[in-house]
Every structure is written in C-alpha cells, then in structure tokens.
Design a protein around this ligand. Structure first.
Ligand SMILES: [Zn+2]
Length: 411
C-alpha cells in the first residue's frame, strides 16, 4: 500500500484494478473520470452541478491560469479549489501540453496529412511556430497577447505550487507521432532530465512551506509509439531516486501517461508502461474520454483520466448516448420530444427534450451549453463508475461488449 493509493479489486489475468486515491481534499474511487476545468471553471457549469454529476475531482491547466489571472492571484485566493469554489480534489497539468500544442501550432501540424510531414525540420522551421524547446525549457508566445514567456521545470513547479492543486504533474515535452525516432529519443532524455529538476524543486518548495496541504507530484511518461522508449522512460522515472545526484532518495507519488496515443495502440502502450510501474502508485492517463478508449485504458491498468471533450463537444451539440453519438441540431430532432438519452439519469434527461435543446442551439441560447455539458459529463462519469463496479463484480467483459456493441453499432 502506497502513501496515497490503495489497490482494491483486480481484473483477473489483466492489469486493470480498482483503487482509492487519497488527497488532502478527499478520496477518489478509481477508475475515475476527471472533468476538465481549464481556466478554473468547467465551462457553463456551477461547481455544485459538477459535483452532482458524480465528479470526484476536476483538472485545471497551469498554462492558462499562469497567463490569466496569474498563479499569484489563485495563491492569494487560497488555492485553486478555494478560488473556484470546488471543495474536492483538484489536479493541474504542467502546462507542457499547452505550451507545445496550443502555443506552437502543433494542432495544425497534427491535422495535416502525415504522409507529407515526416521530418522534424518540417515542423520546426515554420515561421509561425510559437514555442521553441531547448534543453533547459521552452520559450513561447502567449496566445492571449503575443507576449513572450519561458517555462522551465522550476517555473512549472513554482506555478503549480502557487495554484495549489492536490495532484500536479512534472513538466514534460510533448511530441507528436510524426516526430522522428531520433527526436523522440532526445525528447525522452530531455523529459527525464526535467523530471529530476521537477522533483528537486517540488521538494524544495514543500520544505519551504510545510504548513500548506501536501501536493502529490506525478512524473510524466513519454516515448510515443515506441515500446523500448516507453519502457525505458518509465523505468527511468520509477528508479529516479536510486541514482546518485540531486534527486537521490526522492520519488514520484504517481505517474502520468502522456503523449499522442492512437486509438488502435492505446491499450498496448498503456500496458507497456504499466508493466514497468509499481503496483502501489496511481496512474493517470492524460486526455481520453471515448468509451472504447476508456475500456482499453482501464483494462490496461490506468486509474484516472481527464479529457476536455465531453464539455467541448457538448457546446457544439454533439451528444453522447447509449445508442451512439449524434448531433442534436439535426433536422430529425426538431420534433423529437424524447430525452437526449432515454437511459441517462442526468438532470437534463429528466427534464428536457431533444426538440427543446435543438431549439436552444438554433436560437443560440447559452442554456444549450449547460444542459448538454451536464449530460455528456454525466454520461462519461457514469460509464467509468459502471466500469469500476464491473471490475468488482466480475462483469467487465460483459459490460464492455454491451456498451461498445451499442455505442459503435453504426460504425
Ligand atoms: Zn442525460
């Protein structure tokens, strides 16, 4: 049993498990889906509503809060949870992903035909690239006002300590699947060196302010789609305190599995990483929420997940349902007086119809965002809750066959 995590039931013959993750602001029963409140708000939602959906924690973003309103203001407010009126557990991601994706035009590159974008120099040469990585850190341009900023492992730790979330992440370099093998190797080495600096700075800051609630630092594992790199990166982080040097004797409180993962190999990659991780530490998978991805990740041993998708797509009228995903602005819903998902137990489905929500979108009424976010977040949280229960009662495979069979029936 680890200090902050206890394993519960196991999925026989596989790596999946249930567990309890303890934080200064409460416990999280795992597997658990963690809604994203990027700028210290789950968009269009009251925190009380988020809680009522069964959310056990929220995850905010260090990059966004650093730029606006500033980590010092969140600190003065008493930390992220106090600032946003969320009394439960909180996470912040390190900012690495945003600095290197939103900040750099990576998304545009990712969306391009990968056949035509093979070499790293194609990505790096772009005149409009807004983030530059060196061995010490990343210099980037604010997406808000074009001002120049620099994140290093120490800066990220300082920001995340000021934000005060219960679970924070080491500053890592995000790569894409189209970076070359050589670049991935260099990047894993850089992320490891940054992990050492994060651990050292985290412990320095904790020692300097022992009265503050203890934050748990998770190391982030990169290595893209390469088995040897993923395994080596994981072993490096797990044994980081055994090497002579500044991080000697220190260790991470948990691990984040980062990087661009393709659907078809998500379970395989998580499996490699989990093989190398200790049983008694929690594992967070960054950025998944699709039903098939959730089953694959949980089966492979991941404990917590965050994703902005349920709320982001809700604002664009995309609705998750037991019978699959659909867009409620479609003409066929204009006179459909049934709930968004007849099998859902959420407030929206108990009280509103597809026809009404269709109307709200057509009339550009902001209530559409609230009602659809309630539904999509509840759908995702409740699915993960059911998966957790199925591990305990031995019905994981039956549940997966039933849920995915219906959700992807038309695929
Ligand atoms: Zn619903």
């Amino acid at each position: 049993m680890g200090e902050n995590f206890t394993v519960g039931d196991r999925l026989p013959g596989r790596r999946g498990r249930t567990g309890t993750l303890r934080t200064p602001h409460g416990e999280i029963a795992t597997p658990a889906f963690v809604p994203v409140g990027t700028k210290a708000t789950v968009k269009a939602m009251l925190p009380e509503t988020v809680k009522s959906l069964g959310a056990q924690a929220v995850l905010a973003n260090a990059y966004h809060l650093y730029l606006q309103p500033g980590a010092d203001i969140v600190d003065e407010a008493g930390g992220l949870g106090r600032f946003m009126n969320w009394p439960g557990p909180t996470f912040t991601d390190s900012g690495g992903f945003q600095v290197l994706s939103l900040g750099s035009g990576f998304r545009k590159v990712l969306a391009m035909d990968t056949e035509r974008v093979r070499a790293d120099d194609v990505i790096a040469k772009g005149k409009d690239r807004l983030a530059r990585v060196d061995d010490d850190g990343v210099t980037f341009t604010s997406h808000l006002d074009g001002s120049t900023h620099r994140f290093t492992p120490e800066v990220s730790m300082g920001i995340q300590h000021q934000l005060g979330a219960d679970i924070i992440f080491a500053f890592d370099e995000l790569t894409t699947l189209i970076n070359t093998r050589k670049y991935q190797e260099d990047s894993v080495a850089r992320t490891h060196a940054w992990a050492i600096r994060c651990l050292v700075e985290h412990h320095r800051l904790r020692s300097a302010a022992p009265q503050r609630p203890a934050q748990a630092l998770f190391g982030v594992i990169q290595g893209a789609q390469y088995e040897d790199l993923r395994r080596a990166a994981t072993r490096g982080l797990v044994h980081i305190g055994e090497q002579p040097g500044p991080a000697e004797g220190l260790s991470f409180d948990g691990y984040g599995i980062g990087g661009a993962l393709e659907k078809q190999n998500l379970g395989t990659i998580v499996g490699w990483v989990v093989d190398e991780l200790p049983e008694d530490k929690p594992r967070h998978l960054l950025g998944i929420s699709e039903p098939d991805d959730l089953f694959a990740a949980i089966e492979a041993g991941a404990d917590t997940f965050d994703c902005v998708s349920p709320s982001r797509v809700a604002r664009n009228a995309a609705i998750y349902s037991h019978a699959g995903r659909y867009n409620v602005t479609g003409a066929r819903y204009k006179r459909d007086f049934t709930p968004l998902d007849p099998e859902c137990d959420c407030y929206t489905c108990a009280n509103y119809t597809r026809a009404y929500i269709h109307h709200l979108f057509k009339a550009k009424e902001i209530l559409s965002a609230t009602l659809c976010t309630i539904h999509n977040e509840r759908f995702t949280i409740s699915l993960v809750d059911r998966i957790r229960a199925s591990i305990t009662d031995g019905t994981f495979d039956e549940l997966r066959a039933e849920v995915l069979g219906r959700y992807y029936r038309d695929r």
